[in-house]
Design a protein around this ligand. Structure first.
Ligand code: 3H9
Length: 696
């Protein structure tokens, strides 16, 4: 039984016990309704709602979304809770989220443990609170607080909630006892059922609502739910409660039916699924990691070191000499100072955290660490030399990780006498901020090394995704195809502005040409120079970039790349000179430039990404299609509301994807556009990737 009811002396106690997070499944909703009804008829003077396990109700049961609704529907259930003739007290511990917080707001009083949190994360699922949250919260906390709470989706601590009027009392110690005492006290004081819905409507604030609409249009570009949340909160001030509820319900249903929410709900489960390694049992032993070494104090190594120091680990940062080490420590100090400035930590915390990172130039000092991560530049010989040295100095059982983006982790492992201890941990720049961590399982990586690294990833607040070994792993291997199409569109007739605008309007956080400039176009140039000409690929896909590099336009860092950048403001500009270079290179390659519309740009870039994604799935480089979605949303700025590239392919329909890929093959040739066999197979069978993933 997920909900039980008991009359305990003078109090009715509803206990919700639906692990892991007490989600409001159909059984829980029915159980609460039955319990509330029973309480009306018995000798109880008040009703207390408590939860077993680690948390109060964390929201609706997301897995039931998209299925036919079953009575009682949450809004009606909460109306019934609020209509109770005996005071209802919600006793909150852990997190009261979404529908769970709505249950608390429909209760007449809220009492919470001091470390509990409350909030409305619905917006992160492409939804809005659909059981009165947008109507009740503003009546308690006002329009401004509610707008912020509901549109950003992050939970707040109960202290803040108490100040805002959303929680009545905070307790330390035994919550249930405190809730019973509270209930008896209010009954003794003659307190009545305080109905949030009967509170006066909050004061309207059209200026603030307009401001939010504008900000959200930028911050959550293209997303429906945030705008609808503003509409609903505005309605709370303008309409009587029942009509406000009706307004909220219609907005909720619209969001629920949208592909955006389907994409974001997919991402919620994809992120949690990615942390599970197929074939690795939950009780795989872990290695103890008490200290960490990082080799390389460049931007990447410094960011990696920060992750561990911030999570509390002592870190040794190794560089080749004192100058390089000084520069690395300087980057770290600057980043932490930035954190203090942005209010992320106090000055003291920054100093304490920074002090966990110790510089060294001596490999011997890595003798006692439990995990080493190498983050030097992409040169296989250099990496192999480093791993041979690590093999000499590191203690047995130390995990030896490489942050390589492209190199063969098996070859790096072969430089040691203990390949089972070697793994890839591929961070994304800036490493102390980006959430994604590709965990590269090499041919001989031991299970306990992999399991330990998956745990560590979560402790440093990353989202880990396991990848097999191949050139570029999951993310960068796919990116090559996306980047190639961006470059080809450029030479064939598009401009940096038209490409970036098309991709950003479609939802990418940053257009590809801007990304090239940000990363530095000399990086690819140097890599190509190291290859024989016939291994560099189609020159049309890199001739323009090479021309810019040869002019000294390396990207943002040199003040110009595809774009120019104002030295003072860093404002990006696209100038005639840049266009002239593009036109000149196109002419030199014999390409007649043409108008390319946004639809073609988007489809070529995204379908190139997807087609390679199918190969990665088929080869088993990714464990499952949804892992690729996690890589792209958390590592490459792919819009979460499109659910990642592989979910997007399913949403479009694989038949249609195949048709478009085949059309591009006709127009642009086999080399870049031969459909992946798995795409062809599933499209012809009328199946989806999600179907395939269920069976594989
Ligand atoms: C809503 O409420 C709409 C209403 O306004 C209106 C309705 C009409 N449903 O995250 P974890 C699973 S929308 C189903 O790893 P943690 C999760 O998949 C909802 N399953 O734990 C995982 O399963 P598995 C608004 C859920 O300790 C397991 O629980 N609420 C749900 O790191 C553990 O989860 C939210 O969006 C759910 N609602 O974090 C809250 N929640 O073990 C979403 C979790 O098989 N949840 N699961 O992989 C969270 O934010 C976190 O789970 C929480 C715990 C903070 C609670």
């Amino acid at each position: 039984m997920s909900v039980s009811y008991a009359l305990q002396n003078d109090l009715g106690v509803i206990t919700i016990d639906n692990p892991p997070v007490n989600a409001l499944s159909h059984a829980v909703r029915s159980g609460i309704r039955d319990a509330i009804r029973e309480a009306q008829a018995d000798a109880s003077t008040a009703v207390v709602i408590v939860c077993e396990g680690r948390t109060f109700v964390a929201g609706a049961q997301i897995k039931e979304f998209g299925k036919p609704p079953k009575d009682p529907w949450l809004p009606e259930l909460l109306d019934e809770v609020e209509a109770s003739e005996k005071p209802v007290i919600a006793a909150i511990h852990g997190t009261a989220l979404g529908g769970g917080f709505e249950l608390a707001l429909a209760s007449h009083y809220r009492i919470a443990q001091s470390d509990a949190k409350v909030g409305f994360p619905e917006v992160k699922l492409g939804l809005l609170p659909g059981a009165g949250g947008t109507q009740r919260a503003p009546r308690l906390a006002g329009v401004g607080t509610s707008l912020e709470l509901i549109t950003n989706g992050n939970p707040i601590d109960v202290g803040t909630a108490n100040t805002a009027g959303l929680v009545d009392e905070i307790v330390d110690g035994d919550l249930q006892q405190a809730a019973f005492d509270f209930a008896r006290r209010i009954v003794a004081e003659g307190a009545h059922c305080r109905k949030t819905s009967e509170l006066p409507a909050p004061e309207a604030d059209p200026g603030l609502c307009a401001d939010y609409r504008k900000r959200l249009a930028q911050r959550a570009r293209g997303q429906i739910a945030p705008q609808k949340i503003v509409d609903c909160v505005e309605a709370a001030a303008a309409l009587p409660f029942p009509e406000g509820m009706q307004f909220e319900r219609e907005a909720f249903m619209e969001c629920m039916a949208s592909p955006q929410s389907a994409g974001m709900r997919h991402m919620f489960f994809a992120e949690r699924e990615a942390g599970k390694v197929k074939g690795l049992s939950k009780d795989t032993p872990r290695r103890e990691v008490r200290s960490v070494g990082v080799i390389g104090g460049g931007t990447m190594g410094s960011g990696i070191a920060m992750n561990f120091a911030t999570a509390g680990w002592p870190v040794k940062l190794l560089e080749v000499n004192d100058d390089a080490l000084g520069r690395g420590l300087e980057i770290i100090a600057r980043n932490y100072a930035g954190g203090v400035k942005r209010g992320k930590m106090t000055e003291e915390q920054a100093i304490e955290t920074r002090n966990r990172i110790q510089g060294t130039t001596d490999y011997e000092s890595l003798a006692d660490v439990d995990l080493v991560i190498e983050a030097v530049f992409e040169d296989l010989n250099l990496k192999q030399d480093i791993f041979a040295q690590l093999d000499d100095v590191c203690k047995p059982g130390c995990i030896l990780a490489t942050n390589t983006s492209y190199q063969d982790v098996d070859k790096i492992a072969s430089a040691t006498g203990r390949p089972e201890d070697v793994i890839g941990l591929h961070f994304f720049s800036p490493a102390h901020i980006m959430k994604l961590l590709e965990v590269v399982r090499a041919g001989k990586t031991a299970d306990d090394v992999l399991a330990t690294c998956m745990d560590i990833a979560k402790k440093i607040r990353k989202v880990p995704v396991v990848s097999g070994v191949c050139y570029g792993f999951i993310g960068n291997r796919m990116l090559q195809h996306y980047g190639r199409e961006a470059n080809l569109c450029l030479i064939e007739g598009a401009t940096p502005v038209s490409i970036d605008t098309a991709m950003e309007q479609w939802g990418m956080a940053m257009g590809p040409i801007r990304v090239f400039d940000l990363a530095g176009i000399d990086v690819g140039y140097k890599a190509r120079q190291g290859l024989p000409v016939d291994e560099r690929g189609d020159p049309k896909a890199y001739r323009i970039a090479d021309a810019f590099v040869e002019m000294g336009r390396l990207g943002q860092k040199s003040g110009a790349g595809f774009y120019t950048y104002d030295p003072e403001t860093r404002k990006q500009n696209f100038d005639e000179a840049s266009l002239a270079v593009i036109e000149r290179e196109a002419a030199a390659m014999g390409v007649e430039r043409r108008e390319i519309d946004a639809g073609e740009i988007v489809d070529r870039l995204i379908y190139a990404l997807i087609n390679e994604g199918f190969r990665i799935v088929e080869e088993g480089i990714a464990q499952r299609p949804s892992d690729i979605d996690v890589v792209y949303v958390y590592g490459y700025g792919f819009p979460a509301h499109r659910g990642g590239p592989m979910h997007y392919a399913d949403a479009v329909g694989l038949k249609e994807v195949l048709a478009r890929v085949s059309e591009f093959r006709e127009r642009f040739g086999d080399e870049n556009w031969t459909p992946a066999p798995l795409l062809e197979k599933l499209a012809k069978e009328g199946a989806s990737l999600a179907d395939w993933a269920r069976d594989n």
